[in-house]
Design a protein around this ligand. Structure first.
Ligand code: MCA
Ligand code: AMP
Length: 490
């Protein structure tokens, strides 16, 4: 199963239907039909081919949400390219690693962001690219593809510090999108407010594909801004909203007279990417009259488990395995544990990626007998509902963005005067967790402001430690491993 025939239900079959609106200036919207998207992506595909891109070549984008991301995705599917989405908040270290590892032909970016891209890769400025594409033919251009055709390389932080590219195929995106459209009863009558970034799988694999597969209507915003949320909901009147818990927590700030009408029009609100606190689930229900559907996924697997659309959406749980997905809970000896017993969540299905890009070692470690070991710890109740209880690694999730402490620790340790460093997530009301650094330093040499400046230049803003806590020594096991649980509150 390749993607283009599924997109064609909208691009060709609904060519004249309104597909998308994007705010271009206050009170001014650019509107597109599905036919417009078909022609735009054909023109871009012709241009990409003229620039030498062929099936299997990588093309990266480093962009906020904008129509060109959609054009690139569609043109990529048509030409069999491997699209590499890059988080716009990434800075020097993250960008250098991805660009070297994925070796894309070019990075498509905006004028404002171009200066951040390492100089050893071609940069294609997005407005120039779009202007040049406008002169290309609008007729369909495509190459044969199937379920195994790679569609994207999406970088996900590894426990080793350097992130790995998950090779996601057209079949992965097709399965995931079709499963969600069916599970969540999405139809062409829906109106989807898309504020999630298109460079991560929540916005890309779920949002974009549910929209294109169902032929519903989309309002795309550059990013989520809680100050604008009330206005967006009021103007656009969405029936669908997908968000991370931080967004739902922000939405709890709206007064009841604003929230109620929003909730009455919202057919479905989906939360994922990080745990949704049960009290947020309950407060949202009280304020909006809408019961959030929480689901669980990963970059490597797209969506695995979700609460039912019809049936109990149980707060604090991620629900039941999605269609086509097999789930096991296993112990340290790789044996399946009985219901009620905690273990690691393993998954198998056509949603699971093909492996890590050029990392056979990491691929071999993550898969066991055809099962993908998620690293998430969970328990299954007798009635099948699964609750996630933590992670095997010390991954921090802040506002739905992932942080692996190791990469931050490594850079802090490189700074003058730092003897020991460890980074942990501490609870935060809005973002769930925020990173805090515990350091043992030589006070005469260590310069906190200089360290902060280096971190800011190298890493995304959400990875910046909110505080440096100075310690005389870090608590360690007899083997020297830092015991993060024994650290004092910051
Ligand atoms: C956040 N910031 C951004 C953006 N998003 N800056 C530019 N463009 C963006 N798109 C920065 C802000 O500048 C600010 O930086 C900080 O993040 C917080 O922004 P703020 O406006 O205060 O927002 P907030 O109310 O705290 O909410 C943050 C957020 C953001 C909008 C919820 O965290 C977000 O977009 N999260 C979504 C992440 C996501 O899509 N995850 C899915 C991964 P500063 O701190 O310097 O002031 S896929 C996944 O996990 C799996 C597979 C799954 O299951 O879905
Ligand atoms: P990523 O590396 O961006 O693919 O993030 C995947 C991780 O996000 C998973 O391994 C989980 O730890 C976490 N995650 C996603 N959805 C949920 C959820 N509903 N509840 C708890 N954790 C989640």
């Amino acid at each position: 199963m390749s993607l283009l025939p599924l997109f064609d239900n909208s691009l060709l079959q609904r060519a004249a239907q309104p597909a998308l609106e994007i705010e271009t200036a206050p009170a001014s919207l650019a509107c597109y039909t599905f036919g417009d998207l078909e022609v735009r992506s054909n023109r871009l595909a012709h241009l990409l081919r003229a620039r030498g891109l062929q099936a299997g070549d990588r093309l990266a984008f480093f962009l906020q949400n904008r129509i060109e991301v959609i054009d690139l995705w569609l043109a990529g599917a048509k030409l069999g390219l491997i699209i590499v989405p890059i988080n716009v908040l990434y800075r020097e270290r993250e960008l250098t690693h991805i660009v070297r590892d994925a070796a894309p032909t070019a990075v498509v970016t905006s004028r404002e962001l171009a200066g951040l891209i390492p100089s050893d890769v071609a940069i294609w400025e997005v407005d120039g690219l779009t202007a040049e594409a406008a002169a290309q033919p609008g007729a369909r251009i495509s190459v044969p593809a199937d379920a195994d055709t790679p569609m994207a390389l999406i970088y996900t932080s590894g426990t080793t510090g350097a992130s790995k590219g998950a090779v996601l195929t057209q079949g992965n995106f097709a399965t995931n999108g079709l499963t969600l459209v069916t599970a969540w009863a999405i139809t062409s009558a829906d109106r989807y407010l898309a504020t999630l970034p298109l460079f991560h799988v929540h916005g890309l694999a779920n949002g974009l594909h549910c929209w294109l597969f169902s032929g519903c209507h989309l309002r795309l915003t550059e990013r989520f801004e809680h100050a604008k949320a009330a206005q967006w909901f009021d103007e656009y009147r969405p029936s669908l909203f997908f968000g991370v818990p931080a967004m739902f927590i922000r939405l709890l700030e709206l007064p009841p007279e604003v929230a109620r009408p929003i909730g009455s029009r919202l057919r479905l609100a989906v939360s994922g990417s990080a745990p949704l606190p049960a009290e947020v689930h309950e407060k949202f229900r009280q304020l909006y009259g809408s019961v959030i559907l929480e689901r669980y996924g990963m970059t490597e697997t797209l969506m695995n488990i979700g609460n039912p659309y019809s049936g109990e959406r149980r707060p604090g749980t991620v629900g039941l395995p999605l269609a086509h997905v097999a789930v096991r809970i296993c112990d340290e000896a790789n044996a399946v544990v009985p219901d009620g017993t905690t273990g690691e969540v393993w998954v198998k299905g056509p949603n699971v990626c093909a492996g890590y890009w050029r990392r056979p070692d990491a691929t071999a470690t993550a898969w066991s007998d055809g099962w993908f070991r998620t690293g998430d710890i969970g328990v299954r109740a007798a009635d099948g509902y699964i609750t996630l209880q933590g992670r095997r690694s010390d991954l921090i999730i802040s506002g739905g963005f992932n942080i692996y402490p190791r990469e931050i620790e490594e850079l802090i340790l490189e700074q003058p005067g730092v003897r020991e460093a460890t980074v942990v997530g501490v609870p935060d009301v809005v973002r769930g967790e925020v990173p805090v650094a515990y350091v043992v330093v030589d006070g005469a040499v260590f310069d906190e402001a200089a360290t902060v400046a280096v971190l800011r230049s190298q890493f995304a803003s959400f990875k910046q430690p909110k505080k440096f806590v100075r310690m005389d020594a870090l608590p360690r096991t007899a083997l020297g491993k830092v015991q993060k649980r024994l650290l004092p509150a910051p």
